[in-house]
Design a binder for this molecule. Structure first.
Ligand code: FEO
Length: 146
């Protein structure tokens, strides 16, 4: 049973962002499943590294988009990313010192955090990009007016 179930309501309307979110859901579920199957330590470590790498890449990709669109909520959104990265690092370290309970904590935390963040900050950000694009298209003269 997946711990992070993807629902259509999590779509933001930006294909790249949605694909990256689905990859993160997939990795969280793989990690959860590996824990359930009592996978060997190297497998868990690999999955943790994959999760950390994709999380950082995804945040960087959103942060580039926000900067490209001069998004006014950039600082707040980036801080939210930084807090999550710190949490992933802390729980990865806890895994190395205290073992697998840290992974359960991490997957449970991430499954909730992702939904909350996507339905809040991420959808708000993409709505801003879409509204900006709509306003720009209204301001452009139709081709017959030129
Ligand atoms: Fe999709 Fe802001 O993380």
């Amino acid at each position: 049973m997946p711990i992070a179930l993807w629902l259509n309501e999590y779509c933001t309307g930006n294909d790249q962002v949605d694909r990256e979110h689905q990859v993160l859901f997939h990795i969280v579920n793989s990690l959860h499943e590996a824990m359930g199957q009592q996978a060997a330590l190297p497998i868990l470590k690999d999955l943790l590294n994959t999760l950390a790498t994709h999380t950082v890449l995804h945040f960087e990709s959103e942060e580039r988009l926000m900067q490209a669109h001069a998004y006014p909520g950039y600082d707040r959104h980036k801080q939210s990313h930084e807090r999550l990265k710190a949490k992933v690092i802390a729980l990865s370290q806890k895994f190395h010192t205290q073992g697998e309970s840290a992974i359960e904590e991490l997957t449970g935390f991430l499954a909730e955090w992702l939904v909350h963040h996507i339905k809040g900050e991420d959808q708000k950000m993409i709505r801003f990009f879409q509204e900006k694009a709509n306003q720009a298209s209204v301001l452009l003269p139709a081709s017959g007016d030129r």
